[in-house]
Design a protein around this ligand. Sequence first.
Ligand code: CDP
Length: 238
Amino acid sequence: MNKEVKLLREDGLRLDGRRYDELRPIKIEAGVLNRADGSAYLEWGSNKVLAAIYGPRELHPRHMQNSMKAIVRCKYSMASFSVPDRKRPGPDRRSTEISKVIGEALESVIFTEQFPRTVVDVFIEVFQADAGTRVAGLTAASVALADAGVPMKALITACAAGKVEDTVVLDLGKLEDNAGQADLPMAIIPTTGEIVLMQMDGHLTPAEFRKARDMAVNACYQIYEMQKDALKRRYAAE
Ligand code: CDP
């Protein structure tokens, strides 16, 4: 932890003026791309993320097909201009890991057995990053899948909580993520409460972990309403 940076103010708020359990502002718009089967654009604080879905469509080369179910292929990428130090374009260890965990979470809600031999491609493009891009990307991708009409049992909603200056707080911003003590990105299926993604960076005591988990899950229910609202607006407009 970087002791130089003071992240919590004397008045009980955070540096950006948020309460400990307050989300950054979130905006979601579904169906923003004409040539994708489904899409969603999401702004979450300073994060700007686009998700696009192509498929289910026949998978080539054929030897990669699964005769029992569809394959869900996820590609998370960050634009080189999305972070303060230019990011080298192309995949790296971090984006490979994020693509894997997001893809597995999405696969858990898609009825893949209805589409054997096909692929569902999920592209997540981060144009501006300010911590929490994996939860932003997953939240957007879930809306984009619903927009594409891919049969799925439910939406997935994601949010992180963490620890700064020995205090559990919701939805860490970049400064809090860098100088803080822990980050706990999570994703749930809001209709069942099932956890489909959980990662942890840093250290939390068991009590802090339970508090951070509950904070993130509660916030997921707020974000879930925004996801449904984005889909309703999309289809009300037609
Ligand atoms: O974005 P997320 O919190 O899911 O993942 P992270 O690996 O914890 O990264 C936290 C933040 O670090 C990102 O959101 C970016 O703002 C920043 N970052 C960066 O500045 N340069 C990179 N090459 C990767 C991440």
